[in-house]
Design a protein around this ligand. Structure first.
Ligand code: F6P
Length: 545
């Protein structure tokens, strides 16, 4: 069954939320806490080893209840069922959206075109296990009989960002294989990697769902050429593996059938790290840890599918984000992990969130008249504090932020970890409380400043506070907890897409760029420049001079 096409602004809840916003927008979080001793407890949830505190949000019980009403009116529960059951919810491409099937239990039955896809998912998982075990153990060898030392993942977008982010995030658990990622069509990117590797001991994994992406094919051909300077064509079979839905093109490239890993069109690129797209994750961490990552995601899927909305973390986070985006007019959201391991996490979800929900056409084809698609950004704390936190604290924009922190330091460096986490807690507190004139005055008086000096400095030292944050405190960064965390944001994307009445799983905006680049390349490589606007023609002429 297709998704319902309900304009959220026509619901009763939306109108109530507009009114409620006008009535409550000037409330200060500090007062909300002062008047409600139970607030922190009531607005936080424990799920497994995740403690989610959303009490530092500009909400009351009425806000939450009305947001739940909105979820009900747009039939979110029913949509979740369709998502997990493989209904064609990616309508513009005529596809199901089943990255959840990639981490489903082996006994589950998930039908696509009346066929249970779970057995083939497990077949591929077994293939990933055997292949990565053989590479890691050294059983599979390169063309001169040496074991592999390096793995190069060649892919872009969803065929790159997930493996990059996860291998970096779980670096602590890594084995001896060194992983590299080539994505950009910028030739300098590939050249820098070629400098670091030896053709005799490097395995190349070409990841492209379509096997037609210009960047990936260009990089793969450049690498193949480089490889053939040292080895004969028959050795390609030993050194190249491919992940794709396009088996014909893989064969043309010369990849041995035992090194081919299928993908399915019901898995979107930006949700594909759970499939064989995650092969370089399995190679870097070993197949057991890759399976643990999937297991964590499966547990979050179960939670999202079954938990009451009042306790459902992706639903709560999705609704809170709607509250700021559509009623407060907040355009961006920051994701600030307090661990260096998650340095690529916000970049990963820039694609996940912005490619999915950056849409302005409603599911019935009409133009949307409200905001969708939050802009996502962020860097790890504490570095972020010394970079852009000034704007969050004292700028003119409202920037809701997710703070993600871990109770345990992986190397057990208590001194560093306590300092790191002191910053983590202090920041959300400061963002909420701000600093008023009385506090600033007292502080400056203590420093011995005169009255006139204080009056001059005071306005610059004021912080309004009242800045909303969610705090996610997780026991430990592990493959399992990371899997659950990624799945949590994936489902938040779904919740928002349903409420905004858009199709979250296509990306026509990106496709346009791909088409135009092809025409422009012809203009660069031929003597003629076809019809462009005056600015582009001038730039092309200048480039070709
Ligand atoms: O960025 C757009 C996109 O289509 C993504 O959805 C996809 O992950 C990426 O390009 C790469 O595509 P492919 O895996 O087919 O090479």
């Amino acid at each position: 069954m297709p998704l319902e096409k309900i304009n959220p602004t026509t619901t009763d809840a939306w109108k109530k939320l507009e009114k409620h916003y006008r009535e409550t927008k000037d409330h200060h979080l500090k007062d909300l806490f002062k008047n409600d001793p139970d607030r922190a407890k009531r607005f936080s949830r424990q799920w497994q080893d995740f403690f989610v505190d959303f009490s530092k949000n500009r909400i009351t019980d009425t806000t939450l209840e009305t947001l739940f009403q909105l979820a009900k009116e747009v039939k979110l529960k029913d949509a979740i069922g369709k998502y997990f059951e493989g209904d064609i919810i990616n309508e513009t491409e005529g596809r199901a959206v089943l990255h959840t099937a990639l981490r489903a239990g082996e006994s589950e039955e998930i039908l696509v075109d009346k066929e249970n896809v779970v057995p083939e998912v497990y077949e591929v998982r077994e293939h990933i296990r055997k292949f990565s075990d053989a590479v890691i153990s050294g059983k599979l060898k390169g063309f001169t009989g040496k074991a592999f030392t390096d793995v190069v993942n060649i892919g872009i977008g969803g065929s790159d960002l997930g493996p990059v982010m996860v291998t970096e995030a779980l670096k602590f658990y890594k084995n001896h294989l060194k992983t590299h990622f080539v994505s950009n069509i910028d030739g300098d990117h590939v050249e820098e990697i070629l400098k670091e590797i030896n053709p005799e001991t490097t395995l190349f994994v070409i990841v492209s769902k379509t096997f037609t992406t210009q960047e990936t094919l260009t990089n793969a051909l450049t690498i193949k050429k480089w490889f053939l300077e040292s080895a004969s064509p028959k050795e390609i079979a030993k050194h190249f593996a491919a992940v794709s839905t396009n088996t014909e093109k893989i064969e043309e490239f010369g990849i041995a059938s035992e090194n081919v890993f299928p993908m399915w069109d019901w898995v979107g690129g930006r949700f594909s790290l759970w499939s064989a797209v995650g092969l370089s994750i399995a190679l870097a961490l070993g197949p057991d840890r890759f399976e643990e990552l999937l297991e964590g995601a499966r547990e979050m899927d179960e939670h999202f599918r079954t938990a009451d909305f009042h306790d459902n973390i992706p639903v709560l986070l999705g609704l809170l984000s709607i509250w700021y985006n559509n009623f407060y007019g907040a355009e961006t959201e920051a994701i600030i992990p307090y661990t260096q391991y998650l340095s690529r996490f916000s970049a990963y979800f820039q694609q996940g969130i912005m490619e999915s929900n950056g849409k302005s056409t409603a599911r019935d084809g009409s133009q949307i008249s409200y905001q969708t698609g939050t802009i996502i950004w962020g860097e790890p704390g504490t570095n972020a504090q010394h970079a852009f936190f000034q704007l969050i604290h004292q700028g003119t924009k409202l920037i809701p932020a997710d703070f993600i922190g871990y109770k345990t330091s992986l190397y057990g460096n208590t001194d560093h970890h306590q300092k790191l986490m002191a910053n983590f807690f202090a920041q959300t507190e400061a963002l909420m409380n701000g600093k008023n004139a009385e506090e600033v005055r007292a502080e400056l008086e203590e420093k011995g400043l005169s009255d006139s000096e204080i009056n001059k400095l005071l306005p610059f030292k004021l912080f309004d506070g009242n800045k909303p944050t969610n705090t996610l405190l997780i026991e430990k960064l592990s493959p399992r907890s990371l899997g659950a965390l990624i799945a949590m944001y994936e489902h938040k994307i779904f919740v928002q897409g349903i409420i905004w009445n858009i199709f979250s799983y296509d990306q026509w905006g990106v496709e346009l760029g791909k088409q135009l680049a092809a025409t422009t390349l012809r203009d660069i490589t031929s003597s003629e420049i076809s019809s462009h606007d005056a600015s582009t023609t001038q730039l092309l002429q200048n480039f070709k001079k």
